[in-house]
Design a protein around this ligand. Structure first.
Ligand code: PMT
Length: 400
C-alpha cells in the first residue's frame, strides 16, 4: 500500500527514538522511499547510521551543511514528501511547530512542507497533560495536522500514564490510512463481522468459530479508501480499525436491531458476520443444573435472517453476503444469492485449509446474479477485502 510513496520520517530526542527504527523497517518493507531527518537530541539516542543503513538514503541532520544541502536540500525534501511523519515527537518539537519556530533542519523542513503531517508524540505523562503542551497540540490539530495520540503504559521515566509512543503497527496503519487512494469517498458502508452469541443461561451460550477477521479487514480497508464505515460486530477481541465507527452487539436479535437501524443511511451493506440461525426458546435466568438424566434437550427457535430482511426492502442499496459452506459451495451460495436478493455473494468453503474461520487468509469466489463466478487465489483477508471493495466500487460506478 505504500509502494512508490515518499515518506519523510522526522525523529526527535526521546527514549522512544529506537522505535522509529522498527517503524522505518516496516515502511521500507511496505515499499516506501523513506528520508530520515534527525534532531541533534535524537542522535543522542540512536545513531544516524542505523537509519541510513535501513532506509538506503543519507540521513539528514543539519540545516547549514553544504554537503547535505547539495545532495538534496531541505526544501526539495519538503516538496517531494507524500507524508511527513514525526515519531517520536517531543513536547519541544510540537511547541516549536505550533508557534512557528524553525531553528533546525527538522522544524524548518516541517514548516516548508505542504504534505500531510502525522505527529506521534511520546513524553512524560505530566508533560503530556501540561495545559501549555495541550494547547500547542490542539492548535496543530485545528490547523489540520494529524495526530496519533500516545497510549497509557509504563514510561521510561518511571511514571505510569499516557505518554507512551503508539505501537508501531498502529503508526503503520495510520500511515496507510493517510496515503490510501480514496476511491470510496462518499460511500456509506455498513459491515457486519464476528459471531453472535445465543445465551442458554447466565454462563453458557451457542456460538461459532468466527473471529471477526474477515469483516474487520473489510471495514479497515474501506475506511482507508475513504468510505464512511459503520462496523456492527459480534463479540471478538479485535481492536477498532482507524476511522471506523463500531457498534458492539451480542446476539442475532441485537445484530438484527442494530443493522436495521443503521441500514437506512447505508449505500452498501456487507454481511461478513456468522449469525446464528437459531437461539434457545428460553434463556434460563439461573445456571442450568446437571439433572439425573443422560440427556438434556434444548429447544431452539429461528432467528430473523437479517440479510434476507434487507433484501426484501432493498431500495438503492448494494447488498453483499458471505456464504460459509462445508459442501456444495456454489449450489448453496447461489441459492443464498437469489433468495436474499443480493448483488454479490462471497462464497468460502470453510473446510479448506487457509480459508474461513479464524485464519489470516481466505479462498473465495464471487458469485453474481447474472451467473458469473470469479474464483480468487488464496490471499490475506485484507487482500480479499481490497478485491471485494474494487468490485463494489465498479458496481457503484456502473450504477448497478
Ligand atoms: O470471522 P472470521 O474468523 O474471519 O471468518 C470469516 C467467515 C468464515 C465468518 C466469513 O468469511 C463468512 O463466511 N461469513 C458468513 C458466515 C455465515 O453466517 O454464512 P451463512 O451461509 O450462514 O449466511 C449467509 C449470509 O446471511 C451471511 O452473509 C450472513 O451474515 C447472513 N445471515 C445469516 C443468518 C442470519 N440469521 N442472518 C444473516 O444475515
Amino acid at each position: 500500500m505504500l509502494q512508490g510513496k515518499t515518506i519523510i520520517l522526522g525523529v526527535t530526542g526521546g527514549i522512544a527514538a529506537y522505535k522509529a527504527v522498527e517503524l522505518l523497517r516496516l515502511y521500507v518493507k511496505a515499499g516506501a522511499e523513506v528520508h530520515v531527518i534527525m534532531t541533534e537530541s535524537a542522535r543522542e539516542f540512536v545513531t544516524p547510521l542505523t537509519f541510513q543503513a535501513l532506509s538506503g538514503n543519507p540521513v539528514h541532520t543539519e540545516l547549514f551543511n553544504l554537503y547535505q544541502e547539495q545532495e538534496i536540500g531541505h526544501i526539495s525534501l519538503a516538496d517531494r514528501a507524500d507524508l511527513f511523519i514525526i515519531a517520536p515527537a517531543t513536547a519541544n518539537l510540537i511547541g516549536k511547530a505550533a508557534n512557528g519556530l524553525a531553528d533546525d533542519l527538522l522544524s524548518t523542513t516541517l514548516m516548508a512542507t505542504k504534505a500531510p503531517v502525522l505527529l506521534v508524540p511520546a513524553m512524560n505523562v505530566n508533560m503530556y497533560e501540561n495545559p501549555i503542551y495541550q494547547e500547542n497540540q490542539q492548535k496543530l490539530v485545528d490547523l489540520g495536522y494529524h495526530l496519533l495520540e500516545p497510549v497509557v503504559g509504563e514510561l521510561a521515566c518511571g511514571w505510569e500514564g499516557k505518554g507512551k509512543l503508539a505501537p508501531v503497527d498502529a503508526i503503520l496503519a495510520e500511515t496507510e490510512l493517510l496515503l490510501a487512494e480514496r476511491d470510496m469517498e462518499g460511500c456509506r458502508l455498513l459491515v457486519t463481522a464476528g459471531p453472535t452469541r445465543e445465551e442458554i443461561d447466565p454462563v453458557r451460550y451457542l456460538s461459532n468459530y468466527s473471529s471477526g477477521k474477515m469483516g474487520y479487514a473489510i471495514a479497515a480497508v474501506a475506511a482507508r479508501r475513504g468510505a464512511r464505515v459503520t462496523l456492527i460486530s459480534g463479540p471478538c477481541t479485535l481492536s477498532v480499525p482507524p476511522g471506523v465507527e463500531r457498534v458492539l452487539v451480542t446476539s442475532a436479535l441485537d445484530m438484527h436491531g442494530a443493522v436495521m437501524e443503521a441500514a437506512d443511511t447505508a449505500d452498501v451493506v456487507i454481511k461478513a458476520a456468522a449469525v446464528a440461525d437459531y437461539r434457545p426458546v428460553n434463556r434460563a435466568p439461573q445456571k442450568v443444573k446437571k439433572g439425573d438424566g443422560e440427556q438434556l434437550t434444548l429447544t431452539l427457535t429461528r432467528n430473523p435472517d437479517i440479510l434476507a430482511d434487507l433484501g426484501t426492502e432493498k431500495g438503492g442499496r448494494l447488498l453483499v453476503g458471505f456464504a460459509a459452506e462445508t459442501d456444495d459451495l456454489l449450489k448453496h451460495a447461489g441459492e443464498k444469492l437469489q433468495n436474499k436478493n443480493l448483488d454479490l455473494i462471497v462464497a468460502n468453503d470453510v473446510t479448506c485449509e487457509g480459508a474461513g474461520f479464524d485464519v489470516e487468509t481466505n479462498i473465495v469466489r464471487f458469485l453474481y446474479p447474472d451467473g458469473r463466478i470469479e474464483a480468487l487465489e488464496q490471499m490475506s483477508k485484507v487482500a480479499v477485502a481490497g478485491e471485494l471493495l474494487d468490485r463494489i466500487r465498479d458496481m457503484r460506478q456502473r450504477g448497478s
